[in-house]
Design a protein around this ligand. Structure first.
Ligand code: SER
Length: 328
């Protein structure tokens, strides 16, 4: 039976990966951890405070819960990392290094997400191959490439079962992303439902790979479950589900919300990051080696996203009104 530790569990991916893992492996077999505490009143059954730059804290938690698999999600995203490059190095690099060290000492398997951010302007932009030029020009990308190499190294040198995927932008409605370049593709749904309009920080023609959260969860679980005889790459698999521009995404939203409008106020920093990333990944290695096969495209994701997000926003609105009433 697997016993899993998830770092960064309160972030965008962790908030949905933890419940998915619990459903699969049982509530008692998944320990969530973060440097924030779960919201008061949350029904979090098994939580530990773990700062992933603190090796001893990771090691103690792994020992206390007899963990055999670590999903290491704690990291700063691209735009925040560009604002705080030293902190990004410490958290992104320090975290993956310390998690791998604990894994080496304890025999844990490790999942680490890399990203489309591991590519750079010299990478072929279309159908970006699994193995290609990786010279990113962002601190986020530097830490992602170095993390990929470190995972390979710990496997080759010490036999650590380190696996991972290169995620594109991830779109979801449970927890917001924490400062990435692809965040516009999440914000746009919230603003479309709340205000019927959105001001986008990327140019209308910025094409990037994206994925809906249910597919991201399948990827994270799928790559860890496949038998290792099938793996030729093991780590840093390209995975994607769709690619689109802000114009195309807005057009799809308009099919559901006819009056929706978008305008643009380009943020030069995030635009430069987006311009340095691929337009579309070739994910055939993941498809061949562990049957990666995403379910959602732009149309089905948009329909589901709007359907699921609308009642959540309405509920938030009601709660806010009730709070205001009480205070008043
Ligand atoms: N979504 C991430 C970001 O924008 C990319 O992996 O930083």
């Amino acid at each position: 039976m697997k016993k899993i530790l998830v770092t960064g569990a309160l972030g965008q991916i962790g908030s949905e990966l933890v419940p998915a893992l619990r459903e699969r492996y049982g509530d008692d077999n998944v320990v969530s951890s973060d440097v924030r505490m779960p919201a008061r009143g949350s029904d979090e059954p098994l939580f530990e405070y773990v700062d992933c730059t603190n090796l001893q804290q990771i090691a103690d938690t792994v020992a206390r819960h007899e963990v055999d698999t670590i999903y290491h999600l704690a990291a700063l995203l691209s735009a925040v990392a560009e604002e705080r490059p030293r902190m990004a190095w410490e958290i992104n690099m320090g975290g993956v290094y310390k998690v791998l060290e604990v894994a080496r000492q304890t025999g844990c398997a490790v999942f680490t997400p890399s990203s489309i951010g591991a590519f750079g302007p010299g990478t072929p932009k279309e159908r970006t191959p699994q193995t290609t030029v990786q010279r990113p020009t962002t601190m986020y990308g530097v830490t992602k490439v170095a993390g990929e190499l470190l995972c390979d190294y710990y496997h080759e040198r010490f036999g650590v079962d380190a696996r991972g995927v290169r995620f594109p932008g991830i779109i979801s409605y449970v927890a917001p992303p924490g400062g990435g370049t692809t965040d516009y593709a999440v914000e746009i749904y919230y603003e479309a439902l709340k205000n019927g309009r959105y001001t986008c920080f990327l140019r209308p023609d910025s094409r990037l790979d994206m994925m809906y959260m249910p597919d991201a969860l399948h990827a994270a679980i799928g790559v860890m479950e496949v038998s290792e005889e099938r793996l030729r790459h093991r780590n840093a698999f390209n995975v994607t589900a769709m690619n689109f521009t802000p114009v195309e995404l807005a057009a799809e939203i308009r099919r559901h919300i006819p009056g929706f409008t978008i305008d643009y106020q380009v943020d030069p920093i995030r635009q430069a990051i987006a311009d340095s990333w691929p337009d579309s990944l070739d994910d055939s290695a993941a498809r061949d080696e562990w049957d990666w096969n995403p379910e959602f495209d732009l149309a089905s994701m948009t329909a589901d996203m709007l359907e699921k997000l609308a009642p959540r926003l309405a509920r938030d609105e009601t709660t806010r009104d009730e709070t205001t009433d009480t205070d008043g």
